[in-house]
Write a protein that binds this ligand. Structure first.
Ligand code: ZN
Length: 746
């Protein structure tokens, strides 16, 4: 391979000295391999790569994909797989090719045209992603596409993914002709229901094959390519695709001359001549020329004593190789009826190549080529209709790869982390979403992929095709019944990139661009000064709560009450009054018993949720805010936490704040305390002073106080505290989920 490549370079160099080769051979399109590392590197970075290629796997600058990938530091090239003719493309058609170890890269080079044609599990075990880069010639019987088909099947069976670097169909994407393969004639020279000339790029074929397989397939499309282009239009240099296909004339002639397997009608001169023993070359040429086949003329030529014609392709855009091949065979049979091979117990090669035994029958019956064409026309039209779904490129104007753009709303930005709604984003990626109530799991499914998400735990557990994704960062958010996941989660399950720009979370994949808008938060109503004080009262409700409410009412001030669940009984009307007067209610646990709640995560949330439920029963609506008894950085919990789980730097509070977030709660700490937590040693004056001290440096204040039974000094201090704050230009707010930033631990 290396030698021929150097030779080619030398030739280009020599030709360039003579003049215009570079202007002729300036690539007009970008191949999938050109774009892999410039535009789609995210789909392979960090992966163990297996490469399916041969000598044709060069990019438009002449660099081989094997060199490109082995020099790219961000991937780990683990193995190479080769099709018929081997890595250098020099083995004869049908010849057995051995596997070996690459002499410089020291990685296995597995032959898929030797002991096996289907890659084995062992051959794929170290691989995450397979990359296919081989130039096809547009004929159903050319086995590189069969190797592709087998690899898609193998990746599906082994839970791997495969990337096809797209390349042009040298015959253009518009010539679709010839008999269509019948399913029972499927062999390695015809792996799927395709006509002789399929008119698809290798990437389009991959999508077509995958309709039945459902593998994890990505096609890196070309840029600047249109389906009307023949290879001559692309500006690329043809690399001999196999020993008998050294140039484009051979590519064009392959189906036109090569269909007569076993009939005595043969191709010679590398598919540029067709004829047979005893055939009259002049009559043969006359018949073919009078059929006015598009884009080709025929010159009579004897070869090795046999009669035949040489093909002269006059217009590669119009030339139809499959049609030409059927005409040549039918006219040869008319002139000199040959014996047609017939499949009995075994299928003869002639029928394998035709993909059906009907063409043989038509020849025996003496049908004209026009009649044969009409016979297979119906199947051909059916195929043409079916293939439309898998086409990537447009008819005439070069088109950019089809990227579907989707605008979604409802993203979240919390503590500088972006969240997207799980269901709607996965639906855009084609998943069906469901919910398993028994196991409390969300599942997302599409052909070839199944994702199971367990959102009750934090971090949540995620399995992709049965394999668990390990990351402690997958902490979901549940807000108003919708599950949100960190945007960074998406690239872990779908090949994509994501970033947040301003109020947009952007997710890019090869064929889908999703923008998730983050609604601009309604700014909390602020007075001119902008300073807000949040008065908070913990540990109620109690007999002094009505007095607190009275003071607040007299002063026209709203506050937030973090109530203890077990204290509510008997004070239901007080709580209802607080809500009616515009105050916010949050939870503060049910028991307020540190030994119970700060023992383990389950115990805490059992208790917190019990408290929230009692509140809901009384005030008739859910509250999603709470305050940790002692605050989120309380150290008492270090003594009460389960020593079996928490020791040596592991602290229950870190788990609790994460779990609180994942359960959709907002918890609030404070930045000023009036000092009434202990029963003694505080006076109305000291309480006022504590607030005064707090004002100096802070803009917004969250002020901790208590409305439990003995806190009369708090009630006494309250009017002066409110006056002080008003004099200092504060307005008063209630804490709810729109207010952020008052947590000790995040
Ligand atoms: Zn408390």
């Amino acid at each position: 391979m290396r030698k021929s490549f150097l030779l080619m370079l030398a030739m280009i160099f020599l030709l360039s000295l003579q003049g215009n080769v570079f202007s002729e051979n300036t690539p007009k399109i970008k191949l999938g391999s050109d774009l892999l590392l410039s535009k789609y590197q995210h789909v392979i970075e960090g992966k163990n790569i297996g490469l399916i290629t041969n000598q044709t796997g060069v990019n438009s600058e002449g660099k081989h994909i094997l060199n490109v990938l082995s020099e790219y530091p961000k991937v780990n090239l683990k193995a190479v797989y080769t099709p018929e003719h081997g890595l250098d493309g020099k083995a004869k058609a049908g010849a057995y090719v051995e596997s070996y170890t690459h002499p410089t890269l020291n990685i296995p080079v597995y032959s898929l045209y030797g002991k096996t044609r289907m890659p084995s599990n062992e051959m794929l075990q170290d691989i995450d992603v397979l990359i296919f880069d081989i130039q096809d010639i547009g004929a159903r019987t050319y086995t590189y596409i069969s190797t592709l088909n087998y690899f898609i099947i193998a990746t599906k069976q082994n839970n791997k993914s495969i990337i096809v670097l797209d390349r042009p169909n040298p015959l253009s994407g518009e010539i679709v002709d010839g008999p269509v393969l019948e399913e029972r004639f499927q062999t390695f020279v015809g792996v799927d229901i395709l006509p002789m000339a399929h008119g698809m790029t290798i990437g389009e074929l991959a999508h077509y094959f995958n309709r039945k397989i459902g593998g994890d397939l990505t096609v890196i499309p070309m840029e600047g390519y249109s389906r009307s282009m023949v290879f001559q239009d692309t500006g690329l240099t043809w690399i001999p695709s196999s020993p008998n296909i050294p140039d484009l004339a051979s590519v064009m002639g392959y189906m036109a001359t090569g269909l007569g397997e076993g009939t005595g009608i043969v191709q010679k001169d590398k598919f540029k001549w067709i004829g047979g023993k005893g055939l009259n070359p002049v009559q043969f040429a006359e018949m073919l020329n009078s059929a006015k086949l598009p884009g080709v003329s025929f010159t009579p030529e004897e070869k090795d004593g046999w009669g035949g014609v040489r093909l002269d392709i006059t217009d590669p855009h119009l030339f139809n190789p499959a049609k030409t091949g059927i005409y040549a065979l039918a006219y040869a049979h008319t002139l000199n009826p040959f014996e047609v091979p017939i499949s009995k117990d075994t299928v003869v090669m002639f029928d394998k190549i035709m993909g059906t035994n009907k063409i043989g029958q038509y020849l025996i019956a003496g049908l004209s080529p026009q009649e044969i064409e009409a016979k297979y026309g119906e199947d051909l039209n059916r195929f043409k209709e079916e293939r439309k779904k898998f086409l990537i490129y447009g008819q005439t104007t070069p088109v950019q790869p089809k990227v579907r753009k989707v605008q979604l709303e409802g993203g979240l930005s919390i503590h500088n982390k972006s969240y997207v709604p799980l269901k709607s984003v996965l639906q855009e990626f084609g998943y069906q979403i469901g919910w398993l109530p028994v196991t409390k799991q969300v599942y997302a499914e599409k052909p070839g992929k199944k994702i199971v998400i367990e959102t009750v735990m934090s971090p949540m557990k995620v399995w992709v095709n049965g394999t668990e994704i390990k990351s402690k960062d997958i902490v979901p958010m549940i807000k108003e019944g919708t599950t949100f996941i960190p945007a960074q989660f998406i690239p872990w399950i779908e090949k994509s990139q994501q970033k947040t720009v301003g109020n947009q979370i952007q997710i890019h994949s090869t064929n889908l661009d999703i923008v998730v808008g983050i609604p601009v938060k309604q700014p909390f109503p602020k007075k001119e000064s902008g300073k807000i004080a949040y008065l908070t009262f913990d540990d109620g409700p109690s007999s002094i709560t009505p007095q607190v409410l009275d003071v607040l009412k007299e002063n026209g001030v709203k506050a937030t009450f973090f109530v203890i669940g077990r204290n509510i009984k008997g004070h239901e009307s007080v709580l209802k009054r607080a809500v009616a007067e515009g105050h916010a209610i949050g939870g503060h646990s049910y028991s307020h018993n540190y030994e119970v709640i700060y023992h383990d995560v389950d115990a805490f949330f059992k208790d917190i949720e019990k408290g929230q439920e009692v509140i809901e029963q009384v005030i008739g609506k859910k509250t999603t805010i709470f305050r940790f008894p002692g605050g989120s950085n309380n150290t008492v919990s270090k003594k009460t936490q389960d020593p079996k789980v928490y020791s040596q730097g592991k602290w229950i509070m870190s788990d609790l704040v994460k779990e609180a977030q994942s359960r959709g709660y907002h918890y609030y700490d404070w930045n000023v305390s009036i000092g009434d937590a202990s029963a003694q040693g505080y006076t109305p004056e000291s309480a006022l002073m504590r607030v005064q001290e707090g004002i100096t440096s802070k803009k917004d204040l969250v002020i901790l106080s208590h409305d439990s039974t003995p806190k009369m000094n708090t009630v006494k201090a309250l009017p002066n505290i409110i006056k002080l704050l008003k004099d200092e230009g504060y307005s008063f707010g209630t804490l709810d989920r729109e207010v952020e930033g008052f947590a000790f631990i995040r």
